[in-house]
Structures are given as structure tokens and as C-alpha cells.
Design a protein around this ligand. Structure first.
Ligand SMILES: NC(=O)c1ccc[n+]([C@@H]2O[C@H](COP(=O)([O-])OP(=O)(O)OC[C@H]3O[C@@H](n4cnc5c(N)ncnc54)[C@H](O)[C@@H]3O)[C@@H](O)[C@H]2O)c1
Ligand SMILES: O=C(O)[C@H](O)CO
Length: 312
């Protein structure tokens, strides 16, 4: 079995070695321009079109959770990957735990009013504030898939009212499930902390806009952990100014790296990280991919296949 690997920034040598260890007998090579030799599987992130074009592969693995960038490249170059070649993505592989850490720590930061105390400290003001109550702190998670459900699971023991919104109804213990476009408004009403973990698709681009933000509870918070295109940044800034929103925690942006002129940098109630909420953990990813390839080779069923029509 031949495997080709391409990632613009990862430590390729580490991956090649780890893949060889996990799949003894496989031939694994870094793909370089001009390499047209046959391959069975391709592991990629932001691949050049020529890497995949015309290849008769058994499967392609995206080396991340989101497949928006490869699907948009496929749209521009439909001959890059034949329709019958399955595209897989990483399911969790350590990203769930990272999202849990991120979301829980930020929710508690807001709930315990550390944002307010930070602002008071800057003015050298000693001022105990009224506690927030859990029942006024409903958390709504947009997207209840692999990562959204992990975040919900980690928040559940803290006792906040929890709800999620997804395409189809979920049956997660202790979490109210809202499903489909018709239930988006009821999901938003009463939500105090909105956490976004949707995939980037034609249906979800720009979903966190003025109309959506206006439906949240007053003094709400927004955490965007999915993709920058989900959020209309100008609408977020207006909602912060109007007082509708109390704060935002952003990991992803309409343009990355975020340009220096973006007003988000200087906004006192916007906290930011540079698209690091959950990164690919090589060891977990390699064992996931190796396991999936082994199942595919044995004709067994696997999960993680992207529905290219649906867009995730
Ligand atoms: N910031 C980061 O570091 C980082 C890291 C990993 C993943 N991500 C992002 O997180 C996203 C989610 O990852 P995942 O593994 O949980 O994906 P997933 O496919 O397992 O879950 C997606 C969820 O969104 C819901 N959904 C999709 N379209 C919908 C629609 N139109 N209406 C209602 N619900 C809809 C699905 O029902 C599902 O519950 C990824 O696509 C990626 O963009 C970001
Ligand atoms: O989708 C992912 O895996 C991360 O956001 C990295 O882009």
C-alpha cells in the first residue's frame, strides 16, 4: 500500500515515521511537485491541485476537522478529486478535549465575572459585584456534532442550563436539543452564552449576524470556535456597543491572520486567540487514520466520511 503525505507546515518526517510504525508494510512518502507515481491513500492539508488530480485513490484524509478549504478548492477544480473517491476528516483525535478546556475555562471566566474584575482592577477599584446565577446563564451550542457534543459533556457537570442546535435532533442527557432552521429562534431566545461549533457550509456562512445576536438574552456572550466566516464581525462590534453583548471570545476570523487594522484587536470586551482552540494532535491523528485505513482495507465500516454535497 502506498501513502502520500502533504502538509504545508507540519513536521513531515515525524508523520512519515509515525505512519510507518502504525501501518507496518505500507510505503509512505512525502508528496513533492512532479510526483505522479501511484498511491492508494493521500493525507493532505491545503493540497496543491496537481497532487490529487487524476489519481485513482482509495481515499483521501484531510488532516483537520474542518473540510471547508479542501471542498472550496474542489469547487474551483472539480477534476481535482473524482466523486467516487471518499474524503475523510479527523473526528476528535484529541480536539474534543482541547475544545472542552477552552469552552469551560471561558464560560467560568464570564460566570465568575473575571472580565468585570479585570476592568475594575485597571481602574484600581475594589468593588465586590453581585454573583451571577446559574439559572440565568443558559449556554447554547451551535452545532452538536463531534466537538459540540464534547463541549456539552464537559459543561454539563457545572450545572448551567444547556441546549444545542443541530441539523437533526440529539438525545444527549441533560441537554435540550433544538433542530433545524425552524428551531433556531427558540434556541436563541434565553441563550446567554453562545458557543459556535458549526461547520462552514453555504447554510452556515454569516449565521452569527445582527438578526441572530438580537435574539440572544441581554448581556450575552459569544464564543466563536469554528470558522471566522460564521460571524459578521461588524454586527458583533455593534452588538457590543449597544450593550446587547457583554463580551466575545474569538478564535477564528473573517481574515487570518487578523489584519492589524481590525477593530477587534483593541476592543476591551473582545478576547482573542489565533486559531488554536483545537489543533491536530499528530499521534492521535495517525492512530485514527491508520485504524480507518485498516478497516477500509478489510472492507469494514468506518466513520468520518465527508458528505461532499452537504459540505461537511
Ligand atoms: N478553531 C479551531 O481550532 C477548530 C478546530 C477544529 C474544528 N473546528 C471547526 O469546528 C467545526 C465542527 O467540527 P465537528 O468535528 O464537531 O463537526 P461535526 O460535523 O461533527 O458537527 C457539525 C454539527 O453541526 C451541525 N450542522 C451542520 N450544518 C447545520 C445546519 N445547516 N443547521 C444546523 N446544524 C447544522 C450538524 O448537525 C452537527 O451537529 C469544524 O467544521 C471546524 O470548522 C475549529
Ligand atoms: O478544522 C480544523 O481542524 C482546525 O480548525 C484547523 O484548521
Amino acid at each position: 500500500m502506498d501513502i502520500i503525505f502533504y502538509h504545508p507546515t507540519f513536521d513531515t518526517q515525524y508523520w512519515l515515521k509515525a505512519l510507518l510504525t502504525a501501518l507496518p508494510g505500507a510505503r509512505v512518502r512525502e508528496w513533492k511537485r512532479g510526483d505522479n507515481q501511484p498511491a492508494d491513500y493521500a493525507l493532505v492539508w491545503h493540497p496543491p491541485v496537481e497532487m490529487l488530480q487524476g489519481r485513482d485513490l482509495k481515499a483521501v484524509f484531510a488532516l483537520g476537522a474542518g473540510v471547508d478549504s479542501i471542498l472550496s478548492k474542489l469547487k474551483a477544480h472539480p477534476d481535482m478529486l473524482a466523486d467516487n473517491i471518499p474524503l475523510f476528516r479527523l473526528e476528535d483525535t484529541g480536539m474534543g478535549e482541547q475544545m472542552q478546556e477552552y469552552a469551560v475555562s471561558q464560560v467560568l471566566h464570564w460566570f465568575r465575572r473575571f472580565d468585570d474584575y479585570q476592568a475594575l482592577k485597571q481602574q484600581a477599584r475594589w468593588e465586590p459585584l453581585t454573583d451571577y446565577q446559574r439559572e440565568d446563564f443558559t449556554i447554547g451550542i451551535l452545532g452538536a456534532g463531534v466537538l459540540g457534543s464534547k463541549v456539552a459533556e464537559a459543561l454539563a457537570p457545572w450545572g448551567f442550563p444547556l441546549r444545542c442546535w443541530s441539523r437533526t435532533r440529539k438525545d444527549y442527557p441533560g441537554i435540550t436539543s433544538f433542530a433545524g432552521a425552524d428551531e433556531l429562534s427558540p434556541f436563541l431566545q434565553g441563550t446567554r452564552v453562545l458557543i459556535n461549533l458549526l461547520p462552514n457550509t453555504a447554510e452556515t456562512v454569516g449565521i452569527i449576524n445582527r438578526g441572530l445576536l438580537n435574539q440572544l438574552a441581554d448581556n450575552s456572550y459569544v464564543m466563536n470556535l469554528a470558522r471566522g466566516v460564521h460571524l459578521v464581525e461588524a454586527d458583533l462590534l455593534k452588538a457590543l456597543e449597544s450593550g446587547k453583548l457583554k463580551g466575545a471570545m474569538l478564535d477564528v476570523y473573517s481574515k487570518e491572520p487578523l489584519p492589524p487594522e481590525s477593530p477587534l484587536w483593541a476592543h476591551p470586551r473582545v478576547a482573542m486567540t489565533p486559531h488554536v482552540a483545537a489543533v491536530t494532535r499528530p499521534a492521535e491523528a495517525v492512530s485514527y487514520i491508520a485504524r480507518t485505513i485498516t478497516h477500509l482495507e478489510q472492507g469494514e465500516s468506518v466513520t468520518g466520511r465527508v458528505d461532499r454535497q452537504r459540505g461537511y
